[in-house]
Design a protein around this ligand. Structure first.
Ligand SMILES: [Zn+2]
Length: 416
C-alpha cells in the first residue's frame, strides 16, 4: 500500500463534518488536482471528547458512501505510542508513530557505535542533488545524530513491527512524527534519520520533522519565512534523494503537522513540491471545529448564544484548557475581549473576530486560539451543542467547505 502523492488531513472533533470536508476535496479533484483525504484525530482529542476510535473510521466511511468518493482515503491513528496503538489497530490504515519524547535521549553505547559505523560511508563532504551547499559529515556529527535520534528510531521500530504483526506490512501507511519536540531537525539530520529507519527495516512513507519556527494552533506561521523556505526546500530535496539512495518507498514524502492556517508559508511549500515534483501531506484538524463555531455565530439566535457560551466558558477555565497545548499556543491575554464585551457581540462582530482573515481589522488571533482549545466547553454543553450542529447544518457545512477549499487546498495545490 503506497500513499497518494498529495494528501490532506481532515477529521474533526465531533465527527460531524466528514461530508463537508470531502466535498472540498472532491471539488479540487474535479478541477484536475488529485488530493486524497486523511481523517485524523489524536488520542488527546479522543480523551477530552470521550469518543471512540471507531467513530473516525465511521465518519470517513459514511462520508465516502454519501458522496460517492471513488479514490483512496485514509484513517490516521494520530500521534500514537506503543502504549495506545492497539486501540487504533482495527480502525486505521495510516499510523502516525510519535517518538518525539525519546528525542535527545541517548541510546546505549554499543548501538551508537554501530550507527556511526553503518553510516560512515557518507563521511566527508556530502552533496545532495538540488542543494547548493555541501554538508560536513564527521564522526562527531554522526555520533550526535545517534545521541539525539537513535533511541527514538529504535522505538519507531518496536511500534512499526507491532503494527506489522497485527495488520500486515502491506495494509497501512507508516508515518514517523518528530514535530512535537523542542529542537528542529536539520535537513542533513533528516537524511540520517531516514537512513537509519531503512537500516532498521522501517518502510516509512511520510515523515513529519519539526521545522524551525512556531506552528501554533489555528493561526499563521510565526517565524522567519525565508529561513523556513530554505529549510523546507532542502528537506524535500533530502526526501527525493533518500528514496533513490536508500531504496525507500517511492511514495516517501514530508508531512506538515499543524499545517492548517499557515498561509504565509504555503507559497514556499507549493514552490518546493513543484520544483522537486514531490508529494506532500498536510495535516489539519482543529480548524474545522472553529468553522463550526463560526457557523453557529453566523446563524445568530441560539447558535450565537452557544458560541458566546463557548467563549465565556473558555475564559473562566483558561488555565485548564490552554495547559495541554502550552507549547503550540501564542495567546496575548491583553488582546482578549472581556466576556461582557463578547456577550454584546452581533453575529458579524463574533465571526469577524474569529475568521482567519488577516486583512480584516477585527480579526483577533488570541480570541481565535482560545476558542480553538475551548472545545471541551462544547463537549460539556452536550446535547445543546450537538443539536445545534444539526439545526444549523447548512451554514456550518458551508463554512467548513469554504475554509478547506479556499483557504487551504487552493493555496497549496492550485496550478496557477
Ligand atoms: Zn504532530
Amino acid at each position: 500500500m503506497l500513499i497518494d502523492k498529495y494528501t490532506f488531513g481532515v477529521g474533526d472533533r465531533f465527527t460531524k463534518e466528514g461530508e463537508a470536508q470531502l466535498e472540498a476535496i472532491q471539488e479540487l479533484n474535479d478541477r484536475g488536482i488529485p488530493v486524497a483525504p486523511v481523517w485524523n484525530k489524536s488520542y488527546r482529542e479522543h480523551t477530552i471528547i470521550r469518543t471512540n476510535h471507531s467513530s473516525v473510521a465511521k465518519e470517513a466511511a459514511d462520508a465516502v458512501a454519501a458522496k460517492g468518493w471513488k479514490g483512496n482515503y485514509y484513517v490516521d491513528a494520530d500521534h500514537i505510542s506503543l502504549k495506545i496503538v492497539d486501540e487504533f489497530i482495527d480502525y486505521s490504515n495510516f499510523f502516525t508513530i510519535d517518538v518525539a519524547h525519546f528525542i535527545g535521549q541517548a541510546a546505549d553505547a554499543g548501538s551508537r557505535e554501530e550507527f556511526v559505523k553503518r553510516h560512515s560511508k557518507y563521511m566527508g563532504k556530502m552533496s545532495i542533488p538540488g542543494i547548493d551547499e555541501e554538508f560536513d559529515v564527521t564522526n562527531e556529527f554522526l555520533a550526535k545524530v545517534a545521541d539525539n535520534y537513535l533511541l527514538a528510531i529504535q522505538d519507531v521500530k518496536k511500534i512499526y513491527d507491532h503494527i506489522c504483526s497485527k495488520k500486515g506490512k502491506e495494509n497501512f501507511i507508516p508515518e514517523v512524527s518528530m514535530d512535537e519536540c523542542e529542537i528542529a531537525q536539520s535537513p542533513i539530520e533528516l537524511f540520517f534519520i531516514l537512513a537509519e529507519l531503512k537500516a532498521q527495516g522501517v518502510e516509512v512513507q511520510t515523515i513529519a520533522p519539526k521545522f524551525t519556527g512556531l506552528f501554533a494552533k489555528g493561526v499563521d506561521y510565526i517565524g522567519d519565512i525565508e529561513g523556513f523556505a530554505k529549510e523546507f526546500e532542502q528537506d524535500v530535496a533530502v526526501c527525493q534523494f533518500a528514496k533513490k539512495e536508500l531504496s525507500l518507498p517511492a511514495s516517501l514524502k514530508l508531512s506538515v503537522h499543524s499545517g492548517s492556517d499557515k498561509f504565509s508559508i504555503y507559497p514556499a511549500i507549493k514552490n518546493a513540491i513543484i520544483r522537486f515534483d514531490a508529494g506532500i501531506h498536510v495535516k489539519t484538524a482543529g480548524t474545522t471545529w472553529l468553522e463550526e463555531v463560526i457557523g453557529l455565530a453566523e446563524a445568530g439566535g441560539v447558535g450565537l448564544e452557544i458560541a458566546k457560551k463557548i467563549f465565556s466558558g473558555s475564559m473562566a477555565r483558561y488555565d485548564e484548557l490552554t495547559e495541554p497545548y502550552a507549547t503550540v499556543l501564542n495567546i496575548d491575554k491583553s488582546e482578549l475581549p472581556t466576556v461582557d464585551e463578547v456577550n454584546k457581540y452581533t453575529s458579524e462582530q463574533f465571526t469577524k473576530a474569529l475568521i482567519h482573515d488577516q486583512s480584516c481589522a477585527d480579526y483577533n488571533p488570541s480570541f481565535r486560539q482560545l476558542i480553538h482549545v475551548g472545545y471541551k466547553i462544547a463537549v460539556e454543553l452536550g446535547d445543546e451543542f450537538r443539536i445545534a450542529l444539526e439545526e444549523f447544518r447548512d451554514v456550518i457545512a458551508k463554512n467548513v467547505k469554504y475554509n478547506i477549499l479556499n483557504r487551504h487546498l487552493l493555496l497549496l495545490f492550485s496550478k496557477k
